[in-house]
Ligand binder design. Sequence first.
Ligand code: SF4
Ligand code: SF4
Length: 342
Amino acid sequence: MSLTSDVREYAESCGAEIFGVTSADPFVDYRDAVTELENADKLGTASKYINSPMADARNVLSSARSIIVAGVPYKLKVPGDDLPEYDGPHVSLSRYWRHARRVFVNLGESIAEYLQKRGFEAKAVGHRGISHKPAVVRAGVANYGKNTIAYTKEFGSWVWWFVVVTEADLECTDAAGEDICGKCDRCIKACPTEAISAPYRFDLLRCRTYLSHSSQQDVGEIADSLKEKMGTCLGGCEVCQDVCPLNRTVEPIKTNTSFDVSWYGVPLPDRERLPLSDLIELLEGERSHYFKRYATICIGNLEGADDALPVLTRMHDPEDELVRKYADWAIAKIKRGRGERI
Ligand code: SF4
Ligand code: SF4
């Protein structure tokens, strides 16, 4: 058996459902597009995750010859999904945040160690190493949708990717990319914050997923006009994937396991909907600054969130100006919603 087949078999034994290999040559299209944004000074703090050096695997491992991509699907049906849906005021929890955790075992590290034991230098690469999407697309295991997300044939976009760079010279699985969208533009129209500025063009600094996972230092203070559009999903956003016809046929994988879900260290139920009363209870304790910050945005955007006014008022922590400002914004919004003068 070839080394490539060995590595594939090993990755599959560790849980990979998708496996591909591409060369370590730079991603030229990605590099050109990002360089244009860098030259126009349009990336801001998003440059931690999108920058031109991420187009070249040799910036991670100078002797790199191959890039391995391995995918694990995370569209799951867990026991909590069988419970009746809560209809009162609630915020939602994204599937990514609930279920991508299932694959937080580090498959990338395991593959890298496997190669190292065979005598090859290899490194697992996270989201700040090389860009994952051009790697999976060039390896022929996914195609770009107009929302810039990578879609597989079998699992749609609900795939968590692991990437490994190695000096081993593996057999590439490259395939020419396909247009999988045709005339569809649902994701562009549905994005609540207009983060998909044009087909295959995306502004990370407007994306709810990025905004909700990033620190204040990364995203700065979120403008009120953007907060208004950010809706009521705690931790992430999947609107552009939920509306996508390519995802419609993807069946959730049934599992008897519920997962330990937490967001910024705050334990959450493994359910799609979190009642406002539960969120208020979570906010009552000493909780993460980031959790409070984003939870207040969700509450401000929620209809019928009057019950949250006392907890929002108690957030007037003189030591935490940012949370105070966000709480004030939510209080004003709730009061305006019930016709009070502010
Ligand atoms: S994840 Fe949400 S905010 Fe980001 S591009 Fe998709 S729909 Fe827009
Ligand atoms: S919603 Fe339509 S345009 Fe967007 S990724 Fe899916 S198929 Fe492509």
